[in-house]
Design a protein around this ligand. Sequence first.
Ligand code: ADE
Length: 249
Amino acid sequence: MMKCDIITLFPGMVAPALHESILKRAQERRFLEIGVHRLRDYATDKHQTTDDVPYGGGPGMVLKPEPIFAVVEKIHREQGETRIIMPSPQGKRFDQKMASAFSKEERRLVFICGHYEGIDARVKEGMPVEEVSIGDYILTGGELAALVMIDAAARLIPGVLGEPASLEEESFASSLLEYPQYTRPVEFRGLRVPDILLSGNHKSIRTWRKQQALLNTLRKRPDLLADASLTEDEKEWVDRQCDTVKSHS
Ligand code: ADE
């Protein structure tokens, strides 16, 4: 089971995503456990202060260290070993490989979600924190980033998606983008499903799908082909496509 904790000032921002669809079912079936912790509950003063002005001046507010240490230490004390993640645009870039590692993590994944201008730097200095970024853009806080990471990891837990084959086939696992999918009707507004998919010839369909995935990757994300494990036939086929593209330009 993958176990996560989300520490946030805004529990209402994460709750809806955790109570729908696959994440909801994964929790009901005990593949996934997620604790949401309201940072304000761990403030030590009577006004429940969680942020304060920055030393040295400047705009914005900074999250105080005491409530963050209090909640992380409580989780550690009551729930066991932890791996502490701080979503941050300064962090290591999250990718499918990290999602896979998260899905297999034995320790609880504790996400510290910051808002405002930042988090007191002593949180990073005083506990083993991994900063992780979901991309080169700035969000208003770490909550959406934590949800993205949990979602990407949870679907890789065996059993969470009904069909194990759907994981093996999919993009990125094999470093290729998807082939196009069609369902009924066979014709829609003059657009037809490719004949090969109606042929019943499974070997030809497999080959066609692989070629479509290669073509799609070549067009949209040629950088991914470097990591793809292709057969000699597939490599030759890709080279031929490249030559065709060149001869037309
Ligand atoms: N917090 C704000 N922006 C972020 C990003 N891009 N990734 C992770 N956490 C963030």
